[in-house]
Design a protein around this ligand. Structure first.
Ligand code: FMN
Length: 217
């Protein structure tokens, strides 16, 4: 294997020394997550609400991909997708998920472990309505994760759907498309420190709130 000081695989970055103390985090990790997303946005992170979602396929194999976090409330985290996609089918078979927000620019990471369930139809409808019309048409046109013979065939499907809805002011939500709510059981905040002695604070759901623990780096 070739090694050069410019090789990104061998480069060693010195992470910041901004301490992460148990007491400096909000008692509710979902509120703290919102603070960190805002701070990532302010720091110039592109798509600060992007998270890597890992699921378990129906055959037991893991798979991961990026999705956008579109809402957080006291129950959990919301994202939207095609229920017939690989992740959709995986989640309908195995609800266990892990999520990672990788904010490398800030030497920060949040991991969420929990279970995902389809959102109420009203929640999916409300979010679908807020999307641009082209994205709504796209949801009808694309059977996400299914093979297609060419880009032209995909564009033909889009034109077909544009024609289908040309006389309606609004595009209804396709039943196959909607939200998932991830109810977290554990949320970990990670901050990079010098000499790889990073800070890790983990919140575990308890009957009366959240238990807080520091983990070794
Ligand atoms: C920054 C970014 C944001 C994305 N957001 C979403 C999203 O919110 N929902 C979604 O279905 N796919 C999203 N995707 C595409 C997914 O990563 C993935 O390619 C797609 O959902 C199909 O995944 P699957 O075959 O594992 O189901 C996003 C991709 C990127 C790079």
């Amino acid at each position: 294997m070739s090694e050069s000081p410019l090789d990104p695989l061998t480069k060693r970055q010195d992470y910041g020394s901004l301490a992460l103390e148990e007491g400096s985090l909000l008692p509710n990790p979902l509120e703290q997550l919102k603070v960190w997303i805002t701070e990532a946005d302010e720091a110039g992170v592109y798509e600060p609400n992007a998270m890597v979602l890992s699921t378990i396929d129906p055959d037991g194999n893991p798979s991961s991909r990026t999705v956008l976090l579109r809402g957080v409330d006291e129950t959990g985290l919301y994202f939207y997708t095609d229920y017939g996609s690989r992740k959709g089918l995986a989640l309908l078979a195995h609800s266990a998920v892990s999520l990672v927000f990788p904010w490398y620019l800030q030497h920060r990471q949040v991991k969420v472990f929990g279970h995902a369930m389809p959102t109420e139809t009203e929640v999916s409808d409300a979010y679908f309505t807020s999307r641009p019309r082209d994205s709504q048409i796209g949801a009808w046109a694309s059977d996400q994760s299914q093979p297609i013979d060419s880009r032209e065939s995909l564009e033909a499907k889009v034109r077909q759907m544009e024609a289908k809805f040309e006389n309606s002011d609004t595009v209804p939500r396709p039943e196959k498309w909607g939200g998932f709510l991830v109810e977290p059981e554990r949320i970990e905040f990670w901050a990079g420190r010098t000499s790889r002695l990073h800070d890790r604070i983990t919140f575990t759901k308890a009957s009366d709130g959240w238990d807080v623990q520091r983990l070794q780096p």
